[in-house]
Design a protein around this ligand. Sequence first.
Ligand code: ATR
Length: 280
Amino acid sequence: MKRLAVLGHPVAHSRSPAMQNAALQKLGLAEEWRYEAIDVAPEDFEARVRAMPAEGFVGANVTIPHKQAALRLADEASPTARAIGAANTLSFEAGKIHAENTDAGGLLAAIGDLPASPPGARALVLGAGGAARAAIWALSKGGAVAHIDPEPRAVDVWNRTGERATKLYDELGEYVELNGAPVDKPTQEDYKIVVNTTSVGLGGEDPFEHLPLDPRKFPGQVVVDMAYGDRPTKLIEVAEDNGATVVDGIEILVRQGALSLEIWSGCPAPLDVMREAANG
Ligand code: ATR
C-alpha cells in the first residue's frame, strides 16, 4: 500500500482525503494507494514527517500551521517553494524529502483557465501571510511556475497591517518584481484580478467592512477568494452577483491537490471527480 496524507492542526475539516481518494479511485489506483488526514501538533511535526517513509508514505500535503516547517526540514526544495518560504507538498523518495509549493501553481491553473485573464493583467493581492506570498509569486512569476502565463503580471499588495506588507516586499523582492511599495488605499478599478488571501469572512465578518473593496466595482473583474468554508464566502457571492468572474477557495484546493497528485503518481489528475468530491 502506498500511503499519502494531509498533515495539519486542526485537520478534521479537510476535504483533501475525500478529494484525493476519489481521484485515486478514478485512476484505478485505490487498491494500492490511500490518502488520510493526520492531526499533528507543531512540536511533533518534524518527527512525524521523518517517520513517514518507513510507514509506507510516499508523500504528504501540509497545511496550516506547518507549511514553513515543511520547507525547513526538506532535503531538497523547488525554487518556487524556496521563494514563497513555504511548502504544501512533500515527496519521499530514495531516502530524501522533497518540498514543493502547489498553492501557487494551483492558483495559476484556476486563473489560467478563465477567458477573462489576459497575460500581464494587473492584480491586487489582499493580505500578507503565507497564502499571500504564494499568490504574489504565482501572479508575478506565472510562466516560471506553471507554464501557463508567459507574461508576468504587475502585482500590488494591500494588508491591514502595513508593516507586515512592507516586510513581505523586502523578502519577496529578491525573487519577484513588485510595484513600488504596498498600497494603502487601492483603486479597485485599476485591477483586472483581485485575490483575497486574508481570513476575513471565515469567521462571519463582513468582507466589505474589513477589505478595501466596493461591490459596485466588480463588473469585469476576476475575484479569487483563497479561503473556503462550508458554503461560498460572502465575498464570492457578492462578487458573482455583481458581475465578477469568481474563483472560490474550493477550486484553488482542487487545483493544488491535482498538482500534488500528479507529482506523487505521475498520472494526470481527474479534475472533475476531485471537484465533485471537494464540493461534496
Ligand atoms: P496565512 O499564512 O494563511 O496567509 P496568516 O499569516 O495568519 O495566514 O495571515 C492572515 C491574513 O489575514 C493577514 O494578512 C491578516 O492581516 P494582518 O497582517 O493585518 O493581521 C489578514 N486578516 C485577518 N483578519 C483580518 C481582518 N479582520 N481584516 C483585515 N485583514 C485581516
